[in-house]
Design a protein around this ligand. Sequence first.
Ligand SMILES: NC(=O)c1ccc[n+]([C@@H]2O[C@H](COP(=O)([O-])OP(=O)(O)OC[C@H]3O[C@@H](n4cnc5c(N)ncnc54)[C@H](O)[C@@H]3O)[C@@H](O)[C@H]2O)c1
Length: 280
Amino acid sequence: MTGIYNLDGKVALITGSGRRKGLGEAMARRLAAEGCAVMLHDLGQVKGEIAPAHGVGTTAEMEGIAQEMRAAGQKVGTVTGDMLVEDDVRGMVEATVATFGQIDILVNNAGIGYLFGPLTEMTAEKWDAVLGVNLRGPFLAMKYAAKRMIEQGQGGSIINIASQAAKSGFAMATAYTASKHGLVGLTRAAALEWGAHRIRVNAICPNHVTTGLGAWQNEFMSKARGQTLDEYMASMKARIPLGRPGLVEDTAAACAFLCSDQAAYITGEAMNVSGGEEYH
Ligand SMILES: NC(=O)c1ccc[n+]([C@@H]2O[C@H](COP(=O)([O-])OP(=O)(O)OC[C@H]3O[C@@H](n4cnc5c(N)ncnc54)[C@H](O)[C@@H]3O)[C@@H](O)[C@H]2O)c1
């Protein structure tokens, strides 16, 4: 038995896990430490305004993470693909099965959290990109992964990384808020459809975590509120009951638990990992 949650023999695909300091990287390292074989995935390259350098994990970055994990004796594969392209998403699931023979866990983590600004200035193209990566992409990944899980007949676990913005509204982040609320709805409906196949579908709702994306959000939101970065971070800490922003490890621990047999009776849940800031 490996780790606390014993994921020996399981295989996971984690989207958007090729970026250092990200939630995806942390979940990949944690699931691997629990004995799981892990397929890292990322976009791999900058693609204009909807995938700028400050929002994207490069292929070189992902391969570096994979090498470190393999050096630690972990089973790791890599695949690139665009969550906006259906063939790419199907290809990620197929690559996981081709590499490891099966898929038991899907973590929908890839997301756009940077096309922020006033709703009156929001273009339809940016709206479509946010909804495309954060909601349509997860739908496609779930569809192809669950088909395979149903064929395997061994159940499975799907985790959708939503957000506090799936439960509460955030000004200047309207498309993001709408996409994450939608992701929780998708989670609940899919949990009902796939319960009979013992495929559990849950969402995790972190509040703020200073990943690469989170650091960009801190800069943007502090400027939007007319605060210095220090003032913004201090006000954030002050409103969180446990007195600090989230760490990537907090979400990774919740993910490992929800993927494990210890969570065998939990499905359709949208679990807050927010230090008490979000409670509904
Ligand atoms: N950091 C936070 O405070 C926070 C809080 C709540 C939820 N989240 C969610 O957690 C997830 C991970 O975010 P993170 O903060 O670790 O940032 P991150 O930038 O490390 O991860 C996001 C990943 O998504 C990938 N991605 C973006 N567009 C893509 C596309 N078209 N195709 C494929 N991959 C694409 C990026 O390359 C990146 O690796 C996101 O869904 C985000 O919304 C983050």
